[in-house]
Design a protein around this ligand. Structure first.
Ligand code: GLY
Length: 433
């Protein structure tokens, strides 16, 4: 089986590893920059831009690809699935229209509202013509979140208390967003604990892997700037310490209803990953956003636990027969920790050498690194992820922490992810509602 994998981060490294558990899979990888981990698992690679849809399709045709799997959101937003399909190549991942689930926050909020799915906070979408009404809505909500309607590389969402304080500042940011985006979403800020449920779907059947929790802040104890995610964990019982089964069931129900709503709205079945960012609040489970891809780092919490052949799952998704596959995840705990360059995320050092020793127990996934003749160099974003897998969180955390500590260079990582103290803080937070 010949699979085209698009993407070059640690998320795609773990996707590549998961495909390669099946010895019959030959991997062909299209990357933005050369990920040494993905390259070592691939029969052939091509480095290029995600907007070069012709180049991607030609690479797929030359290698007689059976299907493509798309890792990041950018190629989905470029319409890579549409282009591949027009050339007779199947793909796991939504078309540009369907990827609006991630690329248009207003599409998702309005869909969830229209089909009475539940889980939305109070929100309103504003275009330039209605700018004067924003002020009125800001007076109706407790805390404020402002989201540009479109992809912003994780940098566009601004939250009251973190990025701005007053309503006037919120309004100024809304105006700024409307200079470059067609619309802006203003939402009520929710207090609670976040979790990620990265469901697989063919549009008819929705399968939930174990939930995971990411850590967005750069430093220990949730201090510092928001990042792409400094690390994440999942538990052997496929819950999280602050979540009950009913909460996961609710998140899955919202996702199933959303998949149904997409079909009703467009007449088409959504195909690929529906990664729901949820938050458990005093009023129950709420939806923060959907992503049309696996999470990074959360992909590393779930894919290594997958016992079912991933290529077979993908083939079933393509022919809309996911209901025929029994998808099983191992009952293990995982802790993932990212090692990042000094100064990340705002002013990361670049082109600095990094020496990865590992500890022989943790899985190692490469992200923003460049492999040169004399070793690995960091390119500015999250560099290397270490994953510990164990019977419990303590064991998994120890493996990941030891491995992260073994890296030599101008780097740092969060020591507290997956530790008892931080988990207790999360549980206490939920208990205080
Ligand atoms: N972990 C955050 C994301 O993948 O968007």
């Amino acid at each position: 089986m010949r699979v085209l994998l698009i993407g070059s981060g640690a998320r795609e490294h773990v996707i590549a590893e998961t495909f390669k558990k099946n010895k019959d899979v030959e991997l062909y990888s299209f990357m933005k920059s050369k990920n040494p981990g993905i390259a070592s698992l691939s029969k052939d690679i091509l480095i290029g831009s995600y907007s070069d849809l012709g180049g991607i399709t030609n690479f797929a045709k030359q290698n007689n690809i059976d299907f493509a799997f798309i890792g990041p959101e950018d190629p989905l937003n470029e319409g890579v699935v549409d282009e591949l399909q027009e050339n007779g190549i199947s793909a796991v991942g939504p078309t540009k229209l369907m990827a609006r689930l991630e690329t248009s926050k207003s599409f998702t909020r309005e869909l969830v509202e229209k089909y009475k799915i539940g889980g939305n906070p109070k929100f309103k979408v504003f275009t330039k013509e209605y700018i004067d009404e924003i002020k009125e809505f800001l007076n109706e909500i407790e805390g404020i979140v402002v989201k540009p309607d479109g992809l912003t590389g994780g940098k566009g969402v601004k939250v009251q208390g973190d990025h701005f304080n007053t309503k006037e500042e919120a309004l100024t940011y809304c105006r700024e967003v409307l200079e470059s985006h067609a619309s802006v979403i203003v939402e009520e800020k929710l207090d609670g604990e976040e979790f990620s449920l990265q469901c697989l779907t063919d549009g008819k059947t929705v399968i939930a892997p174990p939930p995971a929790q990411d850590h967005k802040r750069a430093y220990d104890d949730d201090k510092g700037q928001n990042t792409g995610g400094m690390g994440s964990y999942s538990c052997a019982n496929h819950l999280l310490p602050f979540l009950k089964k009913e909460h996961i069931d609710k998140a899955l129900e919202i996702t199933k209803k959303t998949a149904d709503a997409i079909y009703k709205e467009t007449g088409l079945y959504y195909n690929g990953v529906m990664y729901g960012g949820f938050i458990l609040t005093k009023d129950g489970v709420k939806l923060l956003e959907y992503n049309a891809r696996f999470g990074d780092p959360e992909a590393m919490n779930v894919l290594p636990l997958l016992k079912t052949d991933f290529a077979s799952i993908c083939q079933a998704i393509i022919v809309q027969e996911l209901n025929r596959i029994k998808v099983v995840f191992e009952k293990k705990a995982t802790v993932c920790k990212y090692v990042v360059p000094e100064g990340y995320p705002d002013a990361p050092i670049k082109n600095e050498k990094v020496l990865v020793e590992g500890n022989g127990k943790a899985k190692v996934y490469y992200a923003s690194v460049d492999e040169k003749e004399d070793g690995l160099y960091m390119t500015g974003s999250r560099a290397i992820a270490f994953l510990g897998v164990g019977d419990n969180l303590e064991e998994a955390e120890k493996i990941a922490e030891e491995a992260a500590c073994s890296v030599k260079g101008r780097i740092f990582h969060r020591k507290d992810i997956g530790t008892k103290a931080l988990i207790e803080k999360r549980v206490k937070h939920v208990g205080s509602f």
